[in-house]
Design a binder for this molecule. Structure first.
Ligand SMILES: *[C@@H]1O[C@H](CO)[C@@H](O)[C@H](O)[C@H]1NC(C)=O
Length: 396
């Protein structure tokens, strides 16, 4: 029997608050992937390279386009043409370095040209932003893998290479033999990479002009159109940035579109945050465990809200009132979203609400100049340059 329970909502609010501590870890990584020969597959290239900030792609290069390009609007707007020109040159020389070295490694591994072999390099840094705004270096990564297995990794603390496979020993000896290279690698990871990351963080912040905000998550069920069924809805709102993962899980297993899950997709709220709703129709008597799972970069761990098996409007009385209140709230939100979207797109004008320009031209250009100077004076891109380009003989 349904018993209206307002505590149900109150409880969720308090549960969320426990999970809402902000994560202040930021990372900048570069990943290069080289194949020993081209694969005739769409989108797979002999050489690809990309930059990732907080695991989100910020730039891209491949051996077909042969051009380093921005993958985020703020990268495009804030970094000068010079940054992309130098980056393109640097990526081209890395492409050559990989071509030479994947061959060397194949010989060393006694692999022939029958199968495709893969050499990968990943380097980058992770930092923690303290509450006073200062940045603390956490760790640097610089590692090579061959055919998906670890080949060589840089031990930043001890400033030396670690070879987990016997075939990597010669490379370790060779590279450790040039201590200045190891000092350079350590310097890149702890200083240069951190400087670029903090610069990118500022660019991204300015672009969006909005602080990260964690989602609030609600789950409720309402009577469905089909008799004897309820529609279970999971809603997350108030989050920023817009990347979010939401799943409705049945007995711990995510339901998909094939199970009839409908998603609204990520929609804008009028305060520049976002919302998303997913729903699925299930038999009213279904006694399986349903939960709503939401992950967002502001969360230390995902929010999981378990459905208590109760339906808001399946019985009469207070239940209907609560159901109606929820329905009204949902409708109000929907209306404001629709109005906002229409307003943004210029279809309608809401008095008193100014349409926000996409970005401030004057601000953008002055920052771009600043960036240009910095990038120019440093003389290097945001990525570590291959040993090869520093010391031409330096192969694996
Ligand atoms: C290449 O290596 C594979 C696997 O080791 C082997 O079966 C094949 O005969 C080799 N091919 C040539 C041309 O040597």
């Amino acid at each position: 029997m349904y018993r209206p329970n307002l505590m149900f909502f109150v409880l969720y609010f308090s549960l969320e608050c426990i999970c809402l501590s902000q994560s202040d870890i930021y990372s900048l990584n570069y990943i290069y992937t080289a194949l020993s020969k081209p694969l005739e597959l769409p989108g797979i290239h002999e050489f690809t390279a990309m930059g990732l900030m907080n695991d989100k792609q910020i730039d891209y290069y491949d051996s077909v386009a042969k051009k380093k390009i921005p993958k985020q609007d703020w990268m495009r707007e804030k970094l000068p043409a010079d940054y992309w020109d130098k980056g393109t040159q640097s990526r081209k020389s890395k492409e050559q370095w990989f071509k030479v070295n994947v061959d060397i490694l194949m010989k060393r591994m006694r692999h022939n040209n029958t199968d495709v072999h893969i050499l990968q390099w990943k380097h980058g840094c992770e930092i923690d932003q303290q509450s006073d705004g200062t940045l603390k270096f956490i760790k640097g990564t610089d590692q090579y893998s061959y055919d998906g297995d670890d080949f060589l990794a840089f031990d930043d603390a001890n400033m030396q290479w670690v070879a987990p496979v016997v075939q990597a020993q010669p490379t370790k000896r060779k590279w450790d033999g040039v201590q200045i290279l190891n000092q350079y690698t350590k310097g890149y990871l702890e200083k240069e990479c951190v400087d670029w990351l903090s610069k990118f963080m500022k660019y991204e912040d300015k672009e969006f002009n909005r602080a990260d905000s964690p989602p609030r998550v609600y789950e409720f069920a309402k009577k469905a159109k089909t008799a004897g069924h309820v529609r279970l809805t999971c809603m997350a709102t108030g989050f920023y940035p817009k990347d979010v993962i939401m799943q409705i899980k049945k007995n711990g297993v995510p339901l998909t579109e094939r199970d009839g899950v409908h998603s609204t997709g990520v929609l804008p709220n009028d305060d520049d945050t976002y919302q998303i709703r997913m729903s699925v129709q299930i038999p009213e008597a279904d006694k399986e465990t349903y939960e709503c799972y939401v992950d967002h970069r502001t969360l230390k761990k995902p929010i999981v809200v378990k459905w208590d098996g109760e339906c808001c409007d399946c019985s009469s009385g207070t239940a209907v009132v609560i159901g109606a209140v929820i329905a009204i709230i949902v409708v109000l939100i929907l209306i404001s979203v629709v109005l906002f979207v229409l307003h943004k797109s210029g279809t309608i004008v809401i008095p008193g609400l100014k349409t926000t320009a996409k970005y401030d031209e004057s601000r953008t250009s002055s920052d771009s100049d600043q960036g240009s100077q910095n990038a120019g004076s440093s003389g290097r891109g945001s990525e570590e340059d291959v040993k090869k380009s520093m010391l031409p003989q330096e192969s694996v």
